[in-house]
Design a protein around this ligand. Sequence first.
Ligand code: JFZ
Length: 435
Amino acid sequence: MNRRQFSRLTTLGLAAAALPPAGVPVSALPPASALTSEKTNPQRGAWFKEARFGMFIHFGLYALLGRSEWAMFLEEIPVGEYERLKDRFNPTEFNAEEWVRIAEDAGQRYITITSKHHEGFSMFNTKLSNYSIMHTPFGRDLCGELAEECHRRGMIISFYFSLMDWHHPAYQQSLKPRTPVSPEFIEFMHGQVRELCTNYGKLGAIWFDGGWDHTPEQWQAEKLMAMIAKLQPDTLINNRTGLPGDFSTPEEALGEPNKPGRLWENCMTITDNWGYDSRDGRYKSAGEIVHLLVNAVAGVGNLLLNASPLPTGKIDSQEAANLRDAGKWLKRNGESIYGADVFRPIYYDKTFTTAKGDKVYLHMLDWPPGVGCDIWQLNLQSARRAYFLETGQPVEFTHSHALGLRLVTRNPNPLPSPDTVVVFEGAEPLKQLEI
Ligand code: JFZ
């Protein structure tokens, strides 16, 4: 919803509940951007753009079943049966430090964890329900421990939170799309978001999900977002309440490179599932992870890559290994990723550009060892010099009218790299010339 549509709703009186009562001083109002605009104040969005790469974590009771986070719904498991999983939930091998270290090694700068997924089970210390991790054999506030460790190590922590709740009795009558959500559930759900925004220090973002069965008005989303803005003025809010919020969340696809200034984050699985699924055996390789990241950053977006802890509380070891390998590339090439801007739109699926200051980074995702390369329709004639980001070794280049940029220097890497980055430096910020 854009500003015009929102003000139309207001004219119709539909958004009236969200409007401040007359006489409230302007300074007490939440930043308008969080509610109505598709552009976020650059200062609030700065951490997000700098970070570029985050770890998503889907962890809940569903891990015990090992058939992904939708098992309850897809297998029509009755609430009374499903909720008994909580008596077995005991991820004793969970270690916040280890999780944060995996993210750090991967070069990820933030972690977004499911504080509550659609199953309705709270992975944090909520005072508003007994259906929480505090009432399991584990009995510890997992989200709290993770948040604390993140704060200690300078990792940004964000919470995923599902609006929809397959467990709460007051939500049962709302399970049908477009039926009103009971006031009791709204109070409970808003109350839980208040807890998340109050008890865990500074949050990077609140990542809502599962809002599709109801309208933003039915969720009282404006009120919810205004509350967050008041409790955590710097926290970004995603667009899955149905209101635009601060950033878009295209899923398993790259998105929104065509809306300048709009923040976006592409969320992806590392296997084929979000929640742990024992039937899954497919892992994205380190190379694929690097490609996805470059692809997102080249379109000025972020990559939020999911990891799935096992019921023991350990992150799958193959996932951790692939993440760490991707991190090795990032350690050497992070300059071209963190805080990078767009140079020109994505134009070829194996060659991308990112930019920062007077530098353009040419990402060669498929450059065979030992050969030079022509890059069509890319003209960096105003560049003063070029060099490999990893080694500083100079790269000789020419331009031809017909083809564009030619890398005369051959790829010196004996082995294929997921991405060989060539830096072009200009005296002035480089501009893409028309050819
Ligand atoms: C949702 C969840 O249902 C899922 O379990 C997971 O948490 C994922 C990150 O988000 O699934 C969605 C939500 C939105 C879209 C698709 C799947 N969408 O907008 O296309």
